[in-house]
Design a protein around this ligand. Structure first.
Ligand SMILES: [Zn+2]
Length: 410
């Protein structure tokens, strides 16, 4: 393989990166895999600019053709990218995992005698941290040429303490606030949308760890035989597709902002309740004990339709079920609590205004009072049946009865 993403990996360090023309296709061979980062120094002249070894590392020297390393590091911390393929930098080594087909070589400009500029050493550590993070290189495999060469003592570069240097690398790997490599804690992604290219199988990011954790929380743990990790895998992808399907975010494995937001909502709350006003919830939503925003919507709609027994909130309860059964019965939508698209549409319609219950109206009260007082008067006065007053009272009584019959008053 060729490390065509090498410049991008270097840029993750935050350092200035200069790409030599044609670096993407340059190399003596293809890499087998990346196991190690080997640090060198050029042992070049003391002065002569920021990276006087440029041409040597790129084109080689008599007896050894270039590239002599994939990367160079200037005195001011500038990174030079020379090759995406194998370079002759390691020579004979103790283990094949350190050799030119498994190791990225960095040649830092230094004479091997004078003290190292602080800026350059810091940049060196940042660069190694970014590369180790990007290519998933073990911390113990950030090594100096003097540590990997065979026989031991064949090389002396770099002439600084490698254990102390590895500590610095570790610091930049694990401490994002140092301004070095952006190593995020998975939790960071709860509130941030990961950049493009994060969720590509094989890519590594703490966002993938977070994604996996959220998918497990959302009930997709069955997909994971091994716990979620920073390497985005096909397992992550399968779980994501299942989540998207269930919550109607589409059928492919592409990440979208809406999906990300939904993933970060409480389990079972992938969609806001109002979303379900126009969409029939998926099968398995309406089970007693299940939590779903569609259940919140159901409860609200049942209340609107006057079935106030339904529980409000995301949990599907027996009361909600009973209210649903009652609703279906009332609207002749069948017996039982089964949810069908038709029932769902009915629920989301405006309820028909039911006939208002007859209440005693002031008119009725007045009329009754009038009639009663008339009758009382008639009784008191022992009116003759044919008397004018009684006729008048009866007329009122008839009118009231008529209005009651017509439903105007009751
Ligand atoms: Zn070396």
């Amino acid at each position: 393989m060729m490390l065509t993403d090498l410049a991008a990996a270097c840029r993750k360090s935050g350092l200035k990166v200069v790409e030599a023309d044609g670096w993407r296709s340059r190399g003596h061979d293809q890499f087998n895999s990346i196991e190690t980062i080997v640090c060198h120094h050029t042992a070049g002249p003391k002065g002569g600019g920021n990276y006087p070894s440029y041409n040597t590392v790129l084109y080689g020297r008599p007896g050894l053709s270039g590239p002599l390393a994939q990367l160079g590091l200037g005195r001011d911390g500038t990174v030079y990218v020379f090759a995406a393929g194998v370079a002759w930098h390691a020579g004979t080594v103790k283990s094949s995992s350190y050799d030119n087909w498994h190791a990225i070589g960095i040649e830092a400009e230094h004479d091997g005698v004078s003290p190292w500029p602080k800026k350059q050493v810091e940049a060196y550590a940042r660069l190694c941290a970014a590369l180790a993070e990007h290519y998933n290189v073990k911390q113990t495999h950030v090594l100096g040429h003097k540590e990997v060469c065979s026989p031991p003592g064949r090389k002396i570069d770099p002439n600084f303490s490698m254990p102390a240097f590895r500590k610095k690398v570790w610091h930049f790997r694990k401490n994002p606030k140092s301004g070095g490599v952006k190593v995020r804690k998975p939790k960071y992604w709860r509130k941030h949308y990961p950049p493009k290219g994060t969720f590509v199988v094989g890519n590594r990011s703490s966002a993938s760890t977070w994604l996996g954790r959220r998918l497990v929380k959302q009930g997709y743990g069955r997909f994971y035989k091994v716990g979620p990790g920073p390497n985005y895998s096909k397992t992550d992808q399968r779980a994501l597709v299942a989540f998207k399907r269930k919550h109607r975010f589409g059928k492919n494995g592409a990440m979208t902002r809406a999906t990300w937001k939904a993933l970060n909502r409480k389990a079972g709350h992938a969609r806001p309740p109002r979303f379900w006003a126009k969409v029939v919830p998926p099968k398995g939503t309406f089970w007693v004990g299940n939590e779903h925003t569609a259940v919140t919507m159901l409860g609200r709609r049942l209340h609107v339709h006057g079935h106030k027994r339904a529980t409000l909130g995301p949990k599907y309860t027996k009361d909600t079920q009973a209210a649903l059964v009652a609703f279906k019965r009332k609207h002749k939508l069948g017996k039982g609590a089964k949810m069908t698209p038709k029932v769902w549409r009915h629920l989301n319609r405006k309820p028909k205004k039911s006939k208002p219950k007859h209440r005693r109206t002031p008119t009725l009260d007045k009329a009754l009072k009038y009639v009663r007082s008339g009758l009382r008067y008639a009784r008191k006065a022992k009116l003759d049946r044919r008397s004018k007053e009684l006729a008048e009272i009866n007329k009122h009584l008839t009118r009231v009865r008529g209005q009651v019959r017509k439903g105007k008053i009751r």
